[in-house]
Design a protein around this ligand. Structure first.
Ligand SMILES: Nc1ncnc2c1ncn2[C@@H]1O[C@H](COP(=O)(O)OP(=O)(O)OP(=O)(O)O)[C@@H](O)[C@H]1O
Ligand SMILES: [Mg+2]
Length: 455
């Protein structure tokens, strides 16, 4: 809560945003900032400040010295009416801290692997929660790896259990080995400087420079090191960047020598991990990485997401809604949130009431709004593109299953190598098919998309 006597200024709010951004424990909710003031027309004043729209709730009190007991009743009214005005379901960036739902086993496993210096390849569909999972683990292991934490808070306050260097290859505009090395060096040097170790990042680093900085990192701490390369697909698509195999070989050698360097690589697809050769040499990643697949939420986590976020925006999410949403998304986290967003659009958008509408009576409309959502369509398109480009047989199997009557399912599996065969396995790893050979479960959204595309 931000208490401002008199007229609220943009700088008052940017001070609050700073505090939220630098909250390493992520306990503060960036979407819920109560601005309390005795300023008349507080609400329209906030409307004039672009950064305040949607995120800030105005609480106007009477007395200039601050809110009194009488105003406290006012606050619950204000919260009741305003909490619902922002669609918190529609989140497309990785979520952090206490906004992370479920994934307990995955978090535990990845934490252990990093501490033990094991390297991990994390694969899964777009928007299934790979970055969220990695960030959850690395934020907890090394709060200092959170990019926004201000320098002054970090030194002398070291509770890290690992030193984490988080890189996202999407940050590189023109992909080349030199750019990759520059990014890695920058991240290493920045994190080491927080340990009081000063190393300067060369502008045009060579493999030797990178090795020197990495050795310095390994030599000056006993903590395990964790190097994250998110969206690694960009390193080798459409063709592997020149020199990638040398970089990987160096990292592999350091990891094996020290047993204190864990590489965590995340992407859609383990293509790089399956090629026996890379740049004409034996592929260095083979037999090095532990392959992990991130699938959708289980039913409990999916229910938790809808109920928890629903409560927050004033929706009474009923049991039929939970079941229907799961049938349509099979727990894909972003799709599931988009189902919630469809409910929000139908029942809460623009309504400032403290009643909590029950969702179960509106399922038919909710399904329609969900199907028409841009974000849902894009996920379906991406799934189709990934499968048809890389796994044509699995795509054919999925299309048959989606478009035909369920009693044909078993036969389709048999025609495509069986339920334990390669194509079925691909679909099951991505979480696109679950259940049994006789009664496979496929997200209803995908059935609808594939059928309507054909029509
Ligand atoms: N554990 C989670 N709890 C709550 N929401 C989640 C969780 N995991 C994923 N989401 C939702 O899914 C969205 C995508 O998550 P995230 O960016 O982590 O996925 P990703 O697999 O890294 O996606 P990309 O393919 O873009 O790299 C988030 O914006 C959030 O809405
Ligand atoms: Mg990601």
């Amino acid at each position: 809560m931000v208490v401002v006597p008199g007229e609220v200024q943009a700088r008052d709010l940017s001070a609050a945003f700073q505090v939220i951004q630098h909250d390493t424990k992520q306990r503060l909710d960036p979407d819920l900032i109560v601005v309390a003031s005795d300023w008349q027309n507080l609400e329209s004043r906030l409307e004039q400040i672009p950064a305040a729209r949607e995120r800030c709730i105005a609480w106007q009190f009477e007395n200039q010295t601050g809110p009194t007991d009488r105003d406290a009743t006012g606050l619950s009214q204000v919260l009741g009416a305003r909490l619902a005005t922002h669609d918190i379901f529609d989140e497309r960036d990785p979520v952090r801290g206490r906004h992370v739902i479920g994934r307990r086993d995955e978090i535990r496993a990845l934490t252990r692997q990093v501490i033990e210096g094991k390297s991990v390849g994390l694969f899964g569909l777009r928007k299934v929660g790979k970055t969220t999972l990695i960030r959850k683990v690395t934020d907890d292991l090394d709060p200092h790896s959170i990019d926004t934490t201000p320098l002054e808070n970090q030194i002398n306050n070291n509770h890290s259990r690992a030193l984490v260097f988080f890189t996202d290859t999407q940050d590189i505009t023109e992909m080349s080995l030199e750019r990759v090395l520059a990014l890695l060096c920058r991240k290493l040097c920045r994190r080491l400087s927080l340990e009081g170790i000063s190393v300067s990042a060369p502008q045009h680093p060579s493999m030797k420079n990178f090795e020197r900085i990495l050795d310095k990192a390994l030599g000056t701490t006993n903590l395990p090191l964790c190097l994250v390369i998110d969206e690694y697909d960009y390193l080798y698509e459409p063709v592997p960047i020149r020199g990638l195999s040398i970089l990987l070989r160096l990292l592999r050698a350091k990891a094996q020598e020290t047993r204190r360097l864990a590489l965590v690589i995340a992407g859609r697809d383990p293509g790089l991990f399956q090629a026996p050769k890379l740049e004409g040499m034996p592929n260095p990643v083979m037999g090095w990485f532990q392959e992990t697949w991130i699938g959708p939420f289980d039913k409990d986590s999916a229910n938790e997401a809808l109920k928890k976020l629903g409560r927050r925006v004033g929706l009474d999410v009923g049991p039929e809604t939970l079941n229907t949403a799961f049938e349509w998304t099979r727990g894909h986290p972003m799709l599931h949130r988009q189902f919630g967003s469809a409910l929000w659009h139908l029942l809460r958008k623009g309504r400032r009431t403290i009643e909590r509408p029950a969702t179960d009576a509106h399922l038919e409309e909710a399904k329609r709004v969900f199907r028409e959502k841009e974000a849902a369509r894009v996920i379906c398109q991406e799934i189709s593109a990934l499968l048809s480009e890389r796994y044509q047989d699995a795509f054919d199997l999925l299309s048959y299953l989606a478009e035909n009557s369920p009693d044909m399912a078993s036969q389709f599996f048999d025609w495509h190598g069986g339920y334990e065969g390669e194509s079925s396995l691909i679909l099951r790893r991505f979480g696109l098919v679950s259940g049994t050979q006789q009664e496979p479960e496929i997200p209803q959204l995908l059935r609808w998309y594939l059928k309507s595309r054909r029509a």
